[in-house]
Ligand binder design. Sequence first.
Ligand code: FE
Ligand code: FE
Ligand code: ZN
Length: 301
Amino acid sequence: MNLIIGSHVSYKKDTQLLGSVKEALSYKANAFMFYTGAPQNTNRYEINDALTMEAYQLMKENNIDLNNVIVHAPYIVNLANSKNFDFSVDFLIQERERCELLGIRKMVLHPGSATEGNRSIAINNIIKGLNLILDIEGDTIICLETMAGKGNEIGKTFEELKQIIDGVNNKDKIGVCLDTCHISDAGYDISDFDKVLEEFDKTIGLNYLMCIHVNDSKNPISSHKDRHENIGYGYLGFDNLINIIYNKKLESIPKILETPYITKTDDDKVREYPPYLFEIDMIRNKKLNKNLIEDIRNYYK
Ligand code: FE
Ligand code: FE
Ligand code: ZN
């Protein structure tokens, strides 16, 4: 089976998409995802087309398809909230324009949080916002992420996502990103993944599924915590995650790791190192590396 696998990578002002591709290649990935700037703020830099062209060339040489490159919208925008609504919409319009400039067709978005209490008003705000964004011409699809249901998060059930999609005018420009940690935290039993996928298909439709975030969870099912764990080291477990990653129905969908960095203390300095090279290797071998943490600490010296 053709495996499309990658991870979250950085995107820096000076190297932009080219730097992101190089980082993905350092993990032996053939897909990747990034924020176009810091996820916790909305400061963004102008896109350097020369760097984008160089990135395309490197992607071509390494068989990375643009369809498997994803932008994650910053998590501070909240379309559900009536305060700052115009700001969130304007920012996401600009973010989608940046995706267009980079040639990226999928932008993952956390639907929003009902911080003002009423969930149905929140959902209506999200729909209104999405229509303002998606009625503008463009190729980039917004992929709503399945959420853990932390606090007042919208999108913790397939039904809620379906409700939002139903309200969107431009159905060709909306999709879903399924996060394995989040759906387990939300109460879906991923140990019977065929059943989960069947429910997804019946409720939303598999044709809407465009990205998968592959994460283990630090917490048991229905915990609503949203704390990611390294592959095979949490409550979902290695075999269940492998079963999802290698599901035939999901073959053409990019799988993106968002697992936590590994900390290492050298001379009283705590540093953090990416786990992705080693996690991708485990996934390709379909074999849990019981020395994952130590191997990563030894590799990055
Ligand atoms: Fe996310
Ligand atoms: Fe995610
Ligand atoms: Zn998460």
